[in-house]
Write a protein that binds this ligand. Structure first.
Ligand code: NDP
Ligand code: GDP
Length: 323
């Protein structure tokens, strides 16, 4: 039985990846950091099937101990301070978690067992102010936030451990991927939740920032398969994972409101709210995943429309239950 360790097991992607690996017959371990309250909603349904180990990206020995306990064949590093907006308020902490944390984990692998295969969660935010469209593996990075900068460091340290020590390490450069389990601060979930609440009369307005930025939005459940496929290849390398289609925040809003039968959606929106505007914006992302299609045989299964509808319907169910 193959064994996998997923860092950031309480996060969106980890919950889908854990389900995926359990279905493949893996023994799955996940790390959580210590918290005063339990934060396991996304993996509650998997509690009896996975083993939780405490491990913090800030703490070197906790990472080595996690590897010694889990004895994994594969490590998926999904833990990070993952919210772009927060990275301007906590730039140093973002660097500690999202950048240096990866070096700590790679060092633990190098020392404990360099045969472990490693997946690093790289991000389309590394392309930032894009220099080429669509963006592919060879497109130059120009990150626009402390988060994006930290991910560039994490990306290159992973490449460097591959080149320096021969570690089987892959970076998946994933474009935005969403789901009903997405954190409520991200724009897609903020919209699906807000729209559900507005349609039920529980909320009057939805306050947002810029509506024009475009993202290549896919479904997280589809993207975790690409992570696994990367580690099953004969040679380690890096892949863009994306749908190849992009939409503006405005388009997402329009479709979300349409799902609940509201056409005059503008009256519920306050846009350009200063607290949701960013010091430097990423205006336009669209990925070219042809390398993943060719080598991994991966392609997304969920359309933009299906994604928006899935998220709004899931939030309607939640909001109907919560008084
Ligand atoms: P989430 O924010 O949902 O999950 C992040 C996880 O990291 C949580 O479990 C969190 O724990 C954990 N974490 C945060 N800080 C630490 C720390 N110091 N030590 C240990 N664990 C920590 O992210 P997603 O699931 O959406 O994303 C997974 C990865 O993919 C992240 O690295 C993200 O940056 C990257 N990515 C995501 C994209 C997306 O669109 N979703 C796009 C491209 C890359 P806790 O619950 O305690 O906060
Ligand atoms: P990101 O691509 O990782 O930054 O994902 P987000 O979901 O946080 O943001 C996607 C885009 O939506 C960015 O261009 C944001 O500026 C824009 N946006 C507009 N209003 C909001 C808002 O209220 N919250 C968030 N999170 N993003 C917003």
């Amino acid at each position: 039985m193959k064994r996998a360790l997923i860092t950031g097991i309480t996060g969106q992607d980890a919950s889908y990846l854990a389900e995926f690996l359990l279905n493949k017959g893996y023994k799955v371990y996940g790390t959580t950091r210590r918290s005063s309250t339990i934060n396991n909603e996304r993996i509650e349904h998997l509690q009896d099937k996975i083993t939780i180990i405490q491990g913090d990206l800030l703490d070197q020995s906790s990472l080595s101990s996690a590897l010694l306990e889990a004895e994994p064949d594969e490590v998926y590093n999904l833990a990070a301070q993952s919210f772009v907006q927060t990275s301007w308020n906590q730039p140093v902490l973002t660097g500690e978690f999202t950048a240096l944390g990866v070096t700590r984990l790679l060092e633990a692998i190098r020392v404990v067992n360099p045969k472990i295969k490693f997946y690093q969660a790289s991000s389309s935010e590394m392309f930032g102010k894009v220099t080429e469209t669509p963006q592919k593996e060879t497109t130059r990075f120009h990150p626009r936030s402390p988060y994006g900068v930290a991910k560039v460091y994490a990306h290159y340290i992973t490449v460097n451990y591959r080149e320096s020590f021969g570690i089987f390490a892959c970076c998946g450069i994933l474009f935005n991927h969403e789901s009903p389990r997405r954190g409520i601060e991200f724009v897609t979930r903020k919209i699906s939740r807000g729209v559900a609440r507005i349609s039920l009369g529980k909320q009057k307005k939805l306050e947002l920032g810029a509506l024009e930025p475009k993202r290549d939005w896919g479904f997280a459940g589809d993207y975790v398969e690409a992570m696994w496929l990367m580690l099953q290849q004969p040679v380690a390398s890096d892949f863009v994972v994306a749908t190849g289609e992009n939409h503006s925040v405005r388009e997402f809003l329009k479709l979300a409101f349409k799902t609940v039968g509201i056409d005059d959606w503008n009256r519920y929106i306050i846009s350009n709210n200063p607290s949701h505007m960013r010091p430097a914006e990423v205006d336009y992302l669209i990925g070219d995943a042809s390398r993943a299609r060719k080598i991994l045989g991966w392609r997304p299964k969920t359309s933009f429309k299906e994604l928006v509808e899935m998220m709004v319907k899931a939030d309607l169910e939640i909001e109907k239950k919560e008084k």
